[in-house]
Ligand binder design. Structure first.
Ligand SMILES: NC(=O)c1ccc[n+]([C@@H]2O[C@H](COP(=O)([O-])OP(=O)(O)OC[C@H]3O[C@@H](n4cnc5c(N)ncnc54)[C@H](O)[C@@H]3O)[C@@H](O)[C@H]2O)c1
Length: 386
């Protein structure tokens, strides 16, 4: 298969590129290195240095004997995007190439507008390029579970059967997202559904939970092939932060009472889900939606699990409740369906003791590289001007 990976320098894009290349697909990665610029703006480094994309492509060729093609360019440049589609004629388009941080988008007017402009217009350029140059290709678009928010009813997989005044229809599930970033994904979903319905494109929208882990079959082959681990308050996720806090003798800071519940998945399962979607494409005209996560945890549960992990390693970790910088519901109902990908054959890697012990050992081995200044949140949802 010819697989185009947008955002191929990113945390998920690079391991996905190696995975498809390893199984013999023809892979082209595209990136404009915007993420590396945002890291510079914020003064943030991942825990371990990540080689630049040219070097990783070269290392992959030397180690695996396989080529990954690379094009540097911006999805906001529609001429560049059209050219990529015309030249490569992708069969699957895996779209990771967006600004992925909720705090970054909530930092200021500039970063809110930038996030929505980058994500929504970049995605529109992809849709127009597909229609113009590769209308039969299958778009696999990374959305997020955060699009739904925390409604007081079950979360379905993208669609809701509605009965109103005695009539029924199947509507896109109403969304209540929690940040300008999450809103950009809602706008993307609406634009993709529209182009499937009106132009007959085919797309799978993957509403993904929070991803953890940096180990895949391919990243484990050599340090030069690794992907990024962020523990900071802008790009880091809660589990990574807790692991780093436990390893550096900092308290595990639970925002609010910690009852906020979300879906989570292992990076190996992100790759599995994207592969399953690529191997069973949506039909022409179909906007297929899956909720892509394997387990639900509350923030407090995660803190307890990391505390127990640290204890197994002989470390006493403290848990501390701190004011929540985000505006989000606590003690809410959360029951999100996620059967579609399991039905396609997903075999989940769960967050068990072995997985936690492995991640903690890796963080402990590198804890001299941690910059503790990057842990406390400085971006508040209710006060967004910097
Ligand atoms: N990591 C998670 O836990 C998670 C959870 C849910 C959804 N997602 C979604 O998955 C996707 C990938 O996430 P990630 O964690 O790998 O993020 P990432 O920031 O590490 O990767 C995104 C990549 O896209 C590139 N990019 C951004 N805008 C671009 C543009 N205009 N042109 C070209 N390249 C551009 C960036 O430079 C970066 O390399 C994102 O869309 C994100 O919203 C991630």
């Amino acid at each position: 298969m010819r697989v185009l990976i947008l955002g191929g320098d990113g945390y998920l894009g690079w391991p996905t590129a190696m995975h498809f290349s390893a199984r013999g697909d023809e892979v082209l990665v595209v990136d404009n290195f915007a993420k590396r610029r945002w890291e510079l703006e914020e003064g943030i480094d991942p825990l371990l240095p990540v080689s630049n994309l040219h070097s990783r492509v070269k290392a992959w060729r030397e180690i695996s004997g396989k080529d990954i093609e690379l094009r540097v360019g911006d999805l906001l440049n529609h001429r560049f995007v059209y050219k990529v589609f015309e030249d490569f004629q992708p069969e699957a388009v895996i779209h990771y190439g967006e600004q992925p941080s909720a705090p970054y988008s909530m930092q200021s007017r500039e970063t809110a507008v930038y996030s929505q402009h980058n994500n929504v217009i970049g995605n529109l350029n992809v849709l127009f390029a597909m229609q113009s140059a590769a209308p039969d290709s299958h778009l696999i678009k990374l959305g997020t579970m955060g699009e739904y928010g925390t409604p007081n009813i079950d979360i379905e997989e993208g669609w809701l059967e509605v009965e109103h005044n005695g009539r029924k229809d199947r509507m896109l599930y109403p969304k209540k997202p929690g940040s300008f970033y999450h809103l950009s994904k809602v706008h993307d979903s609406a634009n993709i559904e529209f182009t499937c319905r009106i132009w007959g494109l085919r797309a799978t929208d993957l509403n993904q939970g929070v991803v953890y882990g940096i180990s895949t079959d391919e990243t484990d082959m050599a340090p030069e092939l690794r992907t990024s681990f962020h523990y900071d308050h802008v790009f880091g996720t809660v589990l990574n932060r807790f692991l780093v806090q436990a390893a550096t003798d900092e308290p595990l800071t639970v925002y609010g009472n910690g009852s906020q519940t979300r879906g989570f998945l292992n990076i190996r399962d992100t790759i599995q889900c994207v592969e399953l979607a690529a191997d069973t494409p949506a039909d022409r005209g179909d906007f297929r939606i899956f909720n892509q996560f394997t387990e639900q945890f509350s923030v407090k549960q995660l803190a307890d699990m990391v505390q127990a992990t640290a204890k197994r390693a002989g470390v006493d970790a403290r848990i501390e409740n701190t004011p929540n910088p985000r505006v989000e519901q606590e003690d809410h109902y959360y029951n999100a369906k996620h059967t579609g990908l399991l039905e396609l054959g997903l075999k989940p890697h769960l967050l068990d003791d072995a997985a936690l012990d492995g991640m903690f050992a890796e963080v402990q081995a590198n804890c001299d590289r941690v910059n503790a200044d990057l842990l406390p949140p400085t971006i508040a949802w209710a006060r967004n001007e910097k």
